[in-house]
Every structure is written in structure tokens, then in C-alpha cells.
Design a protein around this ligand. Structure first.
Ligand code: HEM
Ligand code: MTE
Length: 467
């Protein structure tokens, strides 16, 4: 018997397109699946996400592959094995503050490696109502701290004459456990569309800086009450500090109004679980804040300290970032103190399928996407147009039923629509309506701002129709 051909990971990596042929690995085996791509029951674009690398992280998300007939099918395409000594090279220098960052899922589209910022590709974003933890979008400003569940402590500063708390993770488990489904969205989601209109300063996010999870933890109002805090007549804010910090020791921080924090109906959590698992390191292990209906920036991860203050957090990210301005304000004229910090977010929606530039079949087209609004406002309708907004169809809403004023999670939606005969192209557009009848603006121009936040114009996808 001939010994199998041996390949390095580097060689496998260079086979990731139809031109170079498409290779993948499973365990130590190497497969050339070029001929299978178009036959894949889950679609070619999903298979291509694994091109040039291992299948395991993808198959871990889709258990349909754990069946003998799938293995047998793959076996037909085997071309050799990985060289056993070919470990993933660790070329990072030890002086690198990001050396300790966790290993990430290869499906994530990386917008910045250090700090790590990444989003799931549109093909996977709306595949599940609950986003699997490994592909939940990640927005870090600093290196990920390496915290120990045994020595972790949360400091809750008490009111004058009250009692400050120093809580271990086990102490936090003793508060009543509260579980809710919440969508988190970054203020910079869809920033790349603003950039196309006019340059902005910020990371280039596509439509994936949004994800949904089932969070469990203690309610912030219960923990604040235990420390002796009460709702007060004067304006007050609950300030959060993360345990991630820059080389000068400055920690990530943000705040929310005390009234929201103390309202049991607002369901603000100190979360220790995400989709039934301890929080992954990238998402705040062991404890993060979850503020339903509010911009991602206030959901402070790796939470170290909570205090009640007469003013908003003095953090850069509360006062000098995450604010909206008029389109005519530029970096010479901007006055950050003149605008309120973003808290609740406006109504949002986007198309995840088909993708811009794709060719769709004539006859019927399936369009999919997500829709969400801030402040607990429910999405009541998603309108979809195939002709750039001249005529509209109403999409079907999927996902969990929403509670009035507590619609914290997105709706996924889809539409099957006939492609008008003779059309060579479609200008697909979507827009959502929330239960306050807020709508999305039709273009970016009137909402453009120098930081590229709050980008929620109609989402547009241009596709060709197969002849
Ligand atoms: C379904 C094979 C890669 C996502 C399937 C099925 C097979 C298959 C045989 C049908 C299973 C059944 O129900 O009997 C393969 C092979 C792959 C590959 C041989 C690599 C060479 C991937 C990757 C992803 C993926 C990388 C995701 C990123 C899916 C999904 C389905 C599916 C979502 C379910 C489709 C549906 O039922 O709607 N795959 N797959 N696959 N695959 Fe894959
Ligand atoms: N908390 C800390 N401590 N450090 C951070 O960099 N980023 C914030 C917020 N909480 C951040 C943080 C921002 S801007 C967003 S959008 C969310 O976390 C992203 O959460 P995720 O990475 O779990 O998706």
C-alpha cells in the first residue's frame, strides 16, 4: 500500500478558491472538495467559509455533519494527510499585549486583529435566531483580560452610610437568576455604508455588528438594592468599569441612568451566562453588564466596579465617542459635550441573503434578513422592495414573540417573491417599522456623521437575474 501524500497547513491554506482548487482538512486528513462545492446541501457559500482550513470549527456549529453518510461522502475526496509535526505556528512576540487573547472562530470576518473586532458573515448571521457563541460579533477596545473565576471580585460601591459589596462569582449566583433573550448591536454597525458616502473615522463594520444571545445573571437592581441604593429624585448614573485597561491603566468604562438600572422591568443584568455557557472570554468572562434595548457600548464586559454617581461616566467612550452629530459637523467644529451619549438605538434592518452582486434564479427569489429596534420597541413590519423602493412586499417575521415594551431581541424575516418576467437586475431594499411607527431613513446622506455611528438607512442589495 502506498503511503499517503503529506501536505503542510500552509499548502492547504493556498487552496482556497476555484482557481487554486478548494481543499479542507478534518483531523489530519486533507480533502480536495472542488467538485463538491456546488453539490453541498447547505449551499456553496457556507462551504467556502472553510476553504483552505479545518472543517471542525464549522461542523461544531452544524451538527448535521456528525453522521456517517457525511463522513463517507467526504472520504471520496481525500487526497492525503497533514504533516504531523505541522503545528499552528506561534509567531507572536511575548511583548505583545494581545498575546493572551483567546483563539477565535475562523468564520468571523476580522475588521481589526488588535484589538480584536470581528463580525459573522451575512451567510451565518441569520442562520439561527440565537447566534452561536463562537460567531457572536466581538467589539474589543483593548486586550482581553485573563481572569480567574476563583479570585474574581466585583466591587459595588454603596451609598454614603450604606454598605459597599465585594462579590465573588458564587455570591452573584445567590441573587435570583434572571434569563432573557437580548440582541446586542454596536453603534458602528453598517458603518461601511456611511464611509461609501463620505469618509468617517472608525472601524469598517458591514451588517454583522449585531448578534443575539440568551443571557442569564443577577438583576442589577437586586445587587444595587443589596448595597443600599434607592431610586433618587436627582439625576444619577450607574457607572461601570471593565477590568481591561490600556498601558496607562485606564479601564474601559460607561454608564446608564440610575432610573433604568433600578427599574426591574428594564431587566438590566449582571450576566454570567451566555447561551447556557459561562461567558466566553471575548464576551466578558466572568461577568458583563447586559442593558436590553441599549447600544452595545454600555454592556461593559469583564466588569470590575459598579458605582452610582451624580454624573455620567468620565470614560472616553461615554463622553468623547458614541455620540451622533449633524452631517455638517466635522473634526474641526465638533463639540462632544453638545450631544447626549447614545443609549437606546433607532430602528434597524438589513438583508443577509442574497448578497450584493450575486446572481439569483429567475422565477422566485428568497430574501432574508434581520430587524430590531432599541428601547424595547417591537418590530411590527418589514417592507421589502425588488425595484429600489417603487413597490413593496411585506416580509414574514420569524423568531420569538415579543413582549410589549420589552422587545429586547431581533426578529428574523424572510420573503419569497416572484421575479418580474424579463428583469435582468433587482434593486432589493428593506426597511423596518417599530411599534412607535419609527421608520428608517431612505438614504445615508441626511444621517451621515463624522464617527459613522447610527447607520440605519434602508439596506440595499443589487443582484443579477440568471437568464
Ligand atoms: C448540510 C456536507 C461544509 C453548513 C450538509 C449535508 C451534507 C454536508 C452531506 C446534508 C446533511 C443531511 O442533512 O443529511 C458537507 C461537506 C462539507 C461541508 C462534505 C465540507 C467539505 C460545510 C460548512 C458549513 C456547512 C463549512 C458552514 C459554514 C451546512 C448547513 C447544512 C449543511 C447549514 C444544512 C443545510 C440545510 O439543511 O438547510 N453538509 N458540508 N457545511 N451544511 Fe455542510
Ligand atoms: N466592555 C469592555 N470592558 N471593553 C470593551 O472594549 N466594548 C463595548 C462593550 N463592552 C467593550 C465593552 C462595545 S463598543 C460593544 S459594541 C460591546 O461590548 C460588544 O460586545 P461583544 O464583544 O460581546 O459583542
Amino acid at each position: 500500500q502506498e503511503s499517503p501524500h503529506v501536505y503542510t497547513r500552509e499548502e492547504v491554506r493556498s487552496h482556497s478558491s476555484p482557481e487554486t482548487r478548494i481543499w479542507v482538512t478534518l483531523g489530519c486528513e486533507v480533502f480536495d472538495v472542488t467538485e463538491f462545492v456546488d453539490l453541498h446541501p447547505g449551499g456553496p457559500s457556507k462551504l467556502m467559509l472553510a476553504a483552505g482550513g479545518p472543517l471542525e470549527p464549522f461542523w461544531a456549529l452544524y451538527a448535521v455533519h456528525n453522521q456517517p453518510h457525511v463522513r463517507e461522502m467526504l472520504a471520496q475526496y481525500k487526497i492525503g494527510e497533514l504533516s504531523p509535526e505541522d503545528k499552528v505556528p506561534s509567531t507572536l512576540k511575548t511583548s505583545d499585549p494581545y498575546i493572551d487573547d483567546p483563539i477565535r472562530h475562523p468564520a468571523l470576518k476580522v475588521n481589526s486583529q488588535r484589538p480584536f473586532n470581528a463580525e459573522p458573515p451575512p451567510e451565518l448571521l441569520t442562520e439561527n435566531y440565537i447566534t452561536p457563541n463562537p460567531i457572536f460579533f466581538t467589539r474589543n477596545h483593548l486586550p482581553v483580560p485573563n481572569l480567574d473565576r476563583e479570585t474574581y471580585r466585583l466591587h459595588v460601591v454603596g451609598p454614603p452610610g450604606g454598605q459597599s459589596l465585594c462579590l465573588s462569582l458564587d455570591d452573584l449566583y445567590k441573587f435570583p437568576r434572571h434569563e432573557i433573550t437580548v440582541t446586542l448591536q454596536c453603534a458602528g454597525n453598517r458603518r461601511s455604508e456611511m464611509t461609501q458616502f463620505k469618509e468617517v473615522r472608525g472601524l469598517e463594520w458591514n451588517i454583522g455588528a449585531i448578534s443575539t444571545a440568551r443571557w442569564a445573571g443577577a438583576r442589577l437592581c437586586d445587587v444595587l438594592a443589596k448595597a443600599g441604593h434607592q431610586l433618587c429624585e436627582t439625576e444619577a448614573h450607574v457607572c461601570f468599569e471593565g477590568l481591561d485597561s490600556d498601558p496607562t491603566g485606564t479601564a474601559y468604562g460607561a454608564s446608564i441612568p440610575l432610573a433604568r438600572a433600578m427599574d426591574p422591568e428594564a431587566e438590566v443584568l449582571l450576566a454570567y451566562e451566555m447561551n447556557g455557557q459561562p461567558l466566553p472570554r471575548d464576551h466578558g468572562f466572568p461577568v458583563r453588564v447586559v442593558v436590553p434595548g441599549v447600544v452595545g457600548a454600555r454592556h461593559v464586559k469583564w466588569l470590575g466596579k459598579v458605582s452610582v454617581e451624580p454624573e455620567e461616566s468620565y470614560s472616553h467612550w461615554q463622553r468623547r465617542d458614541y455620540k451622533g452629530f449633524s452631517p455638517s459637523v466635522d473634526w474641526d467644529t465638533v463639540d462632544f459635550d453638545s450631544a447626549p451619549s447614545i443609549q437606546e438605538l433607532p430602528v434597524q434592518s438589513a438583508i443577509t441573503e442574497p448578497k450584493d452582486g450575486e446572481t439569483v434564479q429567475s422565477g422566485e427569489v428568497t430574501i432574508k434578513g434581520y430587524a430590531w429596534s432599541g428601547g424595547g420597541r417591537a418590530v411590527v413590519r418589514v417592507d421589502v422592495s425588488l425595484d429600489g423602493g417603487l413597490t413593496w412586499h411585506v416580509a414574514e417575521l420569524d423568531g420569538e414573540e415579543q413582549r410589549p415594551r420589552k422587545a429586547w431581541a431581533w426578529r428574523l424575516w424572510q420573503l419569497q417573491a416572484p421575479v418580474p418576467a424579463g428583469r435582468k437586475e433587482l434593486n432589493i431594499v428593506c426597511k423596518a417599522v417599530d411599534d412607535s411607527y419609527n421608520v428608517q431613513p431612505d438614504t445615508v446622506a441626511p444621517i451621515w456623521n463624522l464617527r459613522g455611528v447610527l447607520s440605519n438607512a434602508w439596506h440595499r442589495v443589487h443582484v443579477h437575474v440568471a437568464p
